[in-house]
Design a protein around this ligand. Structure first.
Ligand SMILES: NC(=O)c1ccc[n+]([C@@H]2O[C@H](COP(=O)([O-])OP(=O)(O)OC[C@H]3O[C@@H](n4cnc5c(N)ncnc54)[C@H](O)[C@@H]3O)[C@@H](O)[C@H]2O)c1
Length: 386
């Protein structure tokens, strides 16, 4: 079976939303993308043995563990994949890097930039391949946007505007903390929507339009106290519920960003629009296979926004899928990310990765930290260098 391919054992930590998305990607990537590597689902880790065993059976992991430290000790595991809440990322990633494992980590990298920096230094000192799951870069329409900008199709960029809107925490009865609502507990999550949702918009912005020099932001916590799931006590809410940002990019463009969990009616409205001298583009996660494009070079009188259906074989990633006209979805962004990670290994273990590295994710966390500081201090704030 798959003779000649180098085996890479995967150890997944976390069996929730992202554990499922990553497992699906690990299982499918080898069928659709050629690589000198063969991923083997060696082990999955959850604190509950029953959950871990059921997950292993459902997704095809050979074994299961209840302590992530055991995964790091195992010689049959080459890649540690961290899909557990934010407060676990730093300790696991640093231990995995020291043990010489490749490390894949969910975003945000750390709960704060001290953690993110320590994690980045750990993987770089150990010289291990590393990747952070900023998967939206790998929607084919977003990758095409990147190519269009790099080719000068938009000319000089003036404006970058982005939103990530949800509505699931509006009720004061939603608790904070615990298994289901750890995102509302600052101890576990680090921050609120700024690290959770805005981070995705910032990652795309840095990738598509380059560095951000400074930000001015306002954040709000609309519901000040919630019951804590673990203690049952009403406790102060320390995360930000909404985050509004204006930004100056190094290339002179102005940016504005909005992230909230209080936009009634919106579940995951993740969008960007970029306006340049020669044209504009817009993308929306709800229609992730479409890219809106306005080309000022079109013949006068026939100019207008056009909708590109990103399903042709010459569109990014699409030759690996179905026939032109048939679209793909959310889960494919994760499959593409694994395919790019394997391609970035360059045929030898431990080689450089071409996907979002820990250092790139640190750059995003430095922007989100500047956002939180700016909002707290009510002033423009410089973004530190990664
Ligand atoms: N890339 C994206 O678009 C995206 C989307 C959602 C979440 N995330 C990130 O992924 C991570 C996980 O989020 P989620 O939505 O999957 O959360 P989740 O609550 O659905 O799942 C978290 C899992 O981690 C397990 N876990 C917690 N502590 C553990 C420990 N010490 N050892 C082993 N397992 C442990 C939990 O039991 C659960 O199975 C977070 O960092 C989050 O920010 C990223």
């Amino acid at each position: 079976m798959l003779a000649g391919k180098e085996r890479l054992g995967v150890g997944l930590i976390g069996t929730g939303f992202m554990g499922r998305a990553h497992s699906n990607a690990f299982r499918q990537v080898g069928q659709f993308f050629q690589s000198p590597y063969r991923l083997e689902l060696a082990a999955v880790c959850s604190r509950s043995a029953d959950k871990a065993a059921a997950f292993a059976e459902n997704w095809g992991y050979a074994t299961h563990e209840t302590d992530w430290r055991r995964m790091i000790e195992r010689a049959d595991i080459d890649i540690i994949d961290i899909a557990s809440p934010n407060d676990t990322h730093a300790e696991i990633a640093i231990a995995a890097a020291k043990a010489g494992k490749m490390v894949l980590c969910e975003k945000p990298l750390g709960r704060n930039t001290a953690e993110s920096r320590a994690m980045t230094e750990a993987v770089e000192t150990a010289g291990v391949a590393n990747m952070v799951w900023y998967n939206y870069r790998r929607a084919p329409a977003v990758t095409l946007a990147k190519q269009l900008i790099a080719d000068g199709g938009l000319g000089r960029i003036f404006h970058y505007r982005a939103k990530f809107l949800q509505d699931w925490t509006i009720s004061p009865d939603v608790p904070q903390g615990g298994t289901a609502t750890w995102r509302l507990d600052a101890e576990v999550a680090g921050s609120g929507v700024t690290g959770d949702l805005l981070a995705h918009s910032v990652d795309l912005a840095l990738w598509l339009n380059g560095g951000i020099d400074e930000v001015s932001a306002a954040t709000e916590t609309f519901i000040k106290e919630r019951v804590h799931s673990l203690t049952g006590a009403r406790t102060e809410v320390k995360i930000d519920d909404a985050s509004l940002v204006i930004a100056r990019f190094a290339n002179g463009a102005l940016g504005n960003f909005e992230a909230t969990r209080y936009a009634r009616g919106h579940k995951a409205l993740h969008t960007f629009e970029i306006n340049g001298e020669r044209g504009s583009i817009a993308w929306d996660l709800h229609n992730l296979h479409l890219l809106e494009f306005f080309d000022h070079g079109d013949k006068s009188g026939l100019r207008g926004w056009r909708t590109l259906h990103i399903t042709d074989s010459d569109h990014p990633y699409m030759k690996n899928w179905w026939v032109p006209g048939l679209q793909i979805g959310y889960e494919h962004t994760f499959i593409h990310q694994v395919a790019d990670f394997l391609a970035g290994l360059g045929g030898s273990l431990g080689g450089p990765s071409e996907v979002p590295t820990f250092r790139e994710a640190l750059a995003t966390d430095l922007v989100t930290e500047a956002v939180l500081n700016s909002a707290a201090e009510r002033r423009w704030t410089k973004v530190a260098a990664a």
